[in-house]
Ligand binder design. Structure first.
Ligand SMILES: [Mg+2]
Length: 113
């Protein structure tokens, strides 16, 4: 089992060894692979293990992305947290505004057009 400290060390080694440009490309590549696997799964193909495999890849690359972005902006994590908070508030508002039919179809919104 690789602990949290060793994991951080591996992320830093990966960025130093292969370089930021290569790792940025890997972030995008792994996100695309996850997106394709999700689409595949949505069509009734594949299995949860294949999704888990791609989720693990994306999580690993997101951690490296955050490490690289902290080099550009030392408060990058706080900026991400602030965006997440605002987006979650927006999701909550959207959910509160929608009324759902019992079969799950959206039938009406209180939101003004
Ligand atoms: Mg992958």
């Amino acid at each position: 089992m690789i602990d949290a400290e060793k994991t951080k060390e591996l992320y830093a080694r990966a960025v130093v060894t292969w370089g930021a440009e290569a790792q940025l490309h890997m972030v995008a590549e792994e996100c695309v692979e996850l997106a394709l696997e999700v689409l595949h799964y949505a069509r009734g193909k594949g299995c949860s293990d294949q999704i888990a495999d791609e989720v693990a890849d994306v999580e690993i690359m997101l951690e490296q992305l955050k490490l690289m972005m902290r080099g550009v902006n030392p408060v990058f994590d706080e900026v991400v947290d602030a965006f997440r908070e605002r987006k979650l508030q927006r999701v909550e508002q959207m959910l509160d505004d929608w009324r759902w039919h019992k079969e799950g179809d959206i039938v009406e919104s209180d939101e003004e057009p």
